[in-house]
Design a protein around this ligand. Structure first.
Ligand SMILES: [Mg+2]
Length: 289
């Protein structure tokens, strides 16, 4: 991984879509930081399409699509996409569910949950389970006790043994029936909603993430980035992203956004009478919660 400061003006100028994980990518210790939320606004105001891609539930995605400065949200690790459309005076919330998505009352998920809770001491249901439509989420690190990653891997292995899909985020193990992931639904949404070219459009997308469930996105997009806390999962991710921030979590996301916007500004101004300010691209970002 190269430091994000090494992203070139030409690379930044070609970006149209900024996709980002939520937990431990734009949040820090469970809170959405002022600097990372501000970065979402700045990216959107710069004309980029801003789309969170998260393992968080449908119930959260309703709020995110309606209230955050975003152009849509992919939730439950790719089971669904919510976005707003404005044809009249008021925006209308639209939803698409992945054609392979299966509701989370499936008997195999019930069996996996029972096995995992029995075989992995300290594991518990995620508190946001009530807001989920298609997956079950088992908490190993959102609340106490924080379990080792080996426990999360054991849960994932149980799920896979039973025939389900499973991904480990920085806080939960998400388990679902049906073949889809963050990448398949994000690509589908970009193509259907914005006419993104699945072949040839890879460098128009910057994805920012932090953990193993982001790996399909890291692998697909040549300008993918991670926040610095990805180091914690280095041994668990085969395909790391091209770039990494020097800062962790939401501070790292704000750093990435600032550098991309500064590089784009430089690219647009080049050749004009406007002079390029070195300070605009230096990693001067600092934020406090
Ligand atoms: Mg995360």
């Amino acid at each position: 991984m190269k430091n994000i400061a090494e992203m070139s003006a030409a690379e930044a100028a070609g970006v149209k879509y900024i996709l980002m994980d939520i937990d431990d990518t734009i949040t820090c210790e469970g809170k959405l930081l002022a600097c990372s939320y501000d970065a979402l606004w700045k990216l959107k105001e710069a004309g980029l399409k801003v789309i969170p891609v998260t393992g968080r539930p449908a119930g959260w995605c309703d709020l995110i699509a309606r209230e955050w400065p975003v152009d849509g949200v992919v939730g439950e690790n790719g089971a669904l996409t919510f976005w707003e459309e404005r044809t009249g005076a008021f925006p209308v919330l639209k939803a698409e569910y992945h054609p392979n998505a299966v509701r989370n009352d499936h008997p195999v998920l019930k069996k996996i949950r029972e096995r995992a809770l029995k075989e992995v001491p300290g594991l518990r249901d995620a508190k946001d389970q009530f807001a989920r439509l298609f997956d079950i989420a088992l908490d190993f690190a959102e609340e106490e006790p924080v379990l080792p990653l080996a426990s999360a891997e054991r849960v994932r292995d149980i799920a896979v043994e039973e025939g389900a899909m499973a991904k480990i985020s920085s806080i939960h193990v998400n388990i679902w029936m049906g073949k889809y992931d963050k990448l398949s639904m994000a690509g589908r949404f970009l193509a259907d909603r914005f006419g993104w070219r699945e072949t040839g459009g890879e460098k128009e997308v910057v994805f920012v993430g932090d953990s193993p469930n982001d790996e399909p996105m890291f692998a697909r997009f040549p300008l993918a980035c991670a926040v610095a806390n990805v180091e914690k999962y280095r041994d668990y991710i085969k395909q790391l992203p091209a770039f990494v921030a020097s800062k962790e979590c939401g501070d790292g996301f704000a750093e990435i956004a600032e550098i991309i916007l500064a590089r784009r500004s430089f690219s647009y101004k080049r050749g004009s009478t406007a002079s390029f300010s070195r300070a605009n691209t230096a990693n001067t970002h600092s934020c406090r919660r």
